[in-house]
Write a protein that binds this ligand. Structure first.
Ligand SMILES: Cc1ncc(COP(=O)(O)O)c(C=O)c1O
Length: 493
């Protein structure tokens, strides 16, 4: 029986992990998973000393070979929803009409703690493409995260923040030659290939650099597929490894991506099995590989059909079995959405409303027009297959739709394009023009790809927390502006 006590301070320290730990353990009194931890009732008092004991149980359930220890306490706990809503109201009260993001970098740092708790052997290389927000990159770099870049521009952004080249993986399997030359010049040590042409390019332009062989894996269980474009079929692995040896390009290991927004833990396990097979092929031709890159695909929050813990448990089992510590393989990953999604909340203004009367030949629905759309932050609806959820800002918080009369409605972006529909066929209460809607979890694949089409401005950003402002001072405002972010407004909570 593990006895647990939780002091107020320890409770504060454990906040980021606790929900997942609790969720994973099924901590409701009497639950069987809870009982399997040897606990008879939920932890009311929990001391940090007691955690390794719980950790070892959790570790065993996860199939880990060493017990995860509590990561160093981060002062950046995620802001609560009420703090974010309060900040939205504060901005609205200042008289703004433009859309804006409230950014909480603490949410990413909490997710990082979760990562280190559940996948302690796997080093995250944050996929910059997901959200290249300079404050986010800076904070992650400070927290010891490395980076996955797809281009010269992304690498340059990191160099400007002081990130050293050896913390960068140039993970684009098809590289523009001048970008690869840049990587060589700056001594970025590791990149990725998936075909002979790319190997030859590498041998010619970055002969000092090492590579990972990206293999195709099953990505059919993901929101966004990738293997249609990248990844070598497993049958070509031997030929490609042999060709690399001929060209004197050092292959260090294997990478894969199960697709972004993957909702199958099995996809990860199967991909690890495939990778292990390639390690064996390499060994059979006298090549010793020592890096496994398990890519991205991890969920941005734990509210969906598959939580991070649900993936981590079997994934750790597969890694422990096929790549035990004794094998000496460095395990890395390229999470994007996992770290970025919860950092941004988007607030948009209702700039117009049209009731399309059935009696006049319309469909009887109400169309709301807001000032950010598919060409801006909601490009995620097109590129990321996102399904944003609107909430209505009220003086006291968010309106609870369940107690309202609802009408068939749709939400449209501000451009003149008929495609620019953010949400079709939804049920909304009667909303006045001038009201504010907000959308949580808008950090992944949103501001990364928005445009100013039709002259529409992209949302400004309001950063919560003082840490963000000190970080902002480390980055020149000029640089921030050059990244399409009209303003950096740092406010203390
Ligand atoms: C090569 C590569 N790595 C990592 C990622 C990040 O994936 P995710 O956001 O699903 O973690 C992507 C996303 O497109 C990618 O292309």
């Amino acid at each position: 029986m593990v006895s647990i006590s939780l002091t107020r301070t320890a409770m504060g320290r454990l906040r980021p992990h606790q929900p997942s730990l609790v969720r994973f353990c099924g901590v409701a009194p009497g639950s069987t998973r809870f009982a399997s931890l040897g606990l008879s009732e939920p932890p009311k008092r929990l001391s940090t000393q007691a955690l390794p004991a719980v950790g070892s149980k959790v570790g065993a359930m996860l199939g880990l070979h060493h017990v995860p220890t509590i990561p160093p306490t981060s002062p950046f706990f995620a802001a609560t929803k009420s703090v974010i809503v309060q900040e939205i109201r504060r901005q609205v009260a200042r008289g703004t009409e433009e859309p804006f993001f409230v950014v909480d970098i603490g949410a990413a740092l909490d997710r990082l703690s979760l990562w280190r708790w559940f996948l302690p052997r796997v080093e995250p290389f944050y996929a910059v493409k997901c959200c290249p927000d300079p404050n986010l990159l800076y904070s992650l770099a400070q927290a010891g995260v490395n980076f996955d870049c797809a281009s010269r521009g992304e690498m340059e952004q990191l160099f400007e923040l002081g990130v050293k080249p050896d913390r960068i993986l140039y993970a684009n399997p098809c590289k523009q030659p001048s970008h690869l030359k840049f990587a060589a010049l700056r001594r970025v040590p590791l990149s990725v290939f998936d075909c002979e042409g790319e190997l030859e390019k590498h041998a010619a332009l970055h002969p000092e650099g090492d590579v990972l062989l990206r293999i195709a894996v099953d990505d059919s269980q993901a929101q966004c597929v990738m293997s249609c474009k990248y990844g070598a079929p497993i049958v070509s692995a031997k030929r490609l490894l042999a060709r690399a040896a001929e060209l004197r390009v050092r292959v260090r290991g294997v990478s894969f991506h199960v697709g972004s927004g993957c909702f199958s833990a099995h996809s990860f396990v199967e991909a690890v099995e495939r990778a292990a097979f390639v390690f064996d092929i390499a060994e059979s031709i006298g090549m010793k590989l020592d890096v496994l890159d398990i890519g991205g695909g991890f969920p941005g929050s734990d509210d969906g059909r598959l939580s991070f813990a649900d993936i981590a448990a079997p994934l750790n089992g597969a890694l422990g079995q096929m790549f035990p510590l004794s094998r000496g393989v460095r395990l890395i990953a390229e999470p994007g959405r996992f770290l970025a999604e919860k950092t941004h909340t988007l607030a948009v203004n209702v700039i117009g409303k049209k009731v399309v009367n059935a009696s006049e030949g319309g469909d009887g629905t109400t169309r709301y027009y807001v000032n950010d759309g598919l060409y801006g932050s909601f490009n995620s609806v097109v590129y990321d297959h996102a399904k944003p959820t609107a909430q209505l800002l009220t003086p006291s918080g968010a309106l609870d739709f369940s107690s309202e009369e609802l009408y068939p409605s749709s939400i449209w972006g501000p451009t003149c394009d008929g495609l620019d529909c953010v949400i079709q066929n939804t049920q909304l209460p009667d909303i006045l023009v001038g009201s504010w809607l907000f959308f949580e979890r808008m950090g992944a694949y949103t501001c990364a790809a928005g445009s100013n089409f039709n002259g529409m401005p992209l949302p400004q950003k309001v950063y919560l927390r003082e840490a963000a402002s000190s970080c902002a001072s480390a980055i020149s405002l000029r640089q921030v502006k050059s990244q399409h972010q009209p303003h950096l407004v740092a406010t203390a909570t």
